[in-house]
Design a protein. Sequence first.
Length: 256
Amino acid sequence: MEASASNILQLIILAGLLSIVYGYFTGKNILSSSPGNSKMQEIASAIQVGAKAYLNWQYKTIAIVGFVVLVIITYAFNILVGLGYLIGATLSGIAGYVGMLVSVQANVRTAEASRKGLSEGLSLAFKSGAVTGMLVAGLALLSIAVYYYLLLSFGIEEREIVNALVALGFGASLISIFARLGGGIFTKGADVGADLVGKVEAGIPASTFPTKSAPTSAPFVKIPPPSLAKIEINDAPKPNATRAFTISLSSTPKDN
């Protein structure tokens, strides 16, 4: 292995280490900031418990799928390809898990910082996102550079090195796709649930429920507490719209 190539690899490894160190100290700085008053901490605690439960369940499921793929790849190719896949998948999972935990912790701290000023809140929010970004970049650089360096040092053929590095990238991408899709579904479910519960509890009139022709039909939801539902099916106001559900909630006691 040429000296210049070795020096470049060492610089890449150093850059990866610096990224991880930056992410560590940035996360530590975020967690040391004020989490707000007791009410804010109570709400944030509930969010953190739910997010952690979701993450644990998601990564258990991902681990099962990942293990099956690992066995298939190792059997179809060789142990070096399987090891590359394992390294990429593991580090990708670590980056996502740690980054999400820091982001959840940073939510309430960003809200508290925003009470002091917009710049303070924006700075904290940017730093919380940078933790995940630097972890992803740093671990990617480290894993690829270190694994490539080791493969070269042991005199592995170029074709086998390419296969192993492609498997490393595949493992990282596979785990990140699972996490991204699952996180999006979880976030949307949490948003819809929180929106509906908040409107019911506060007695705030909701806008509309989506239908097959959401842009052309406008069913309205009125929620005066205490609420008992009466559902009617009315024609949508526009000619080309489909029939829509109009839900009105009355405070009349329910007949037994």
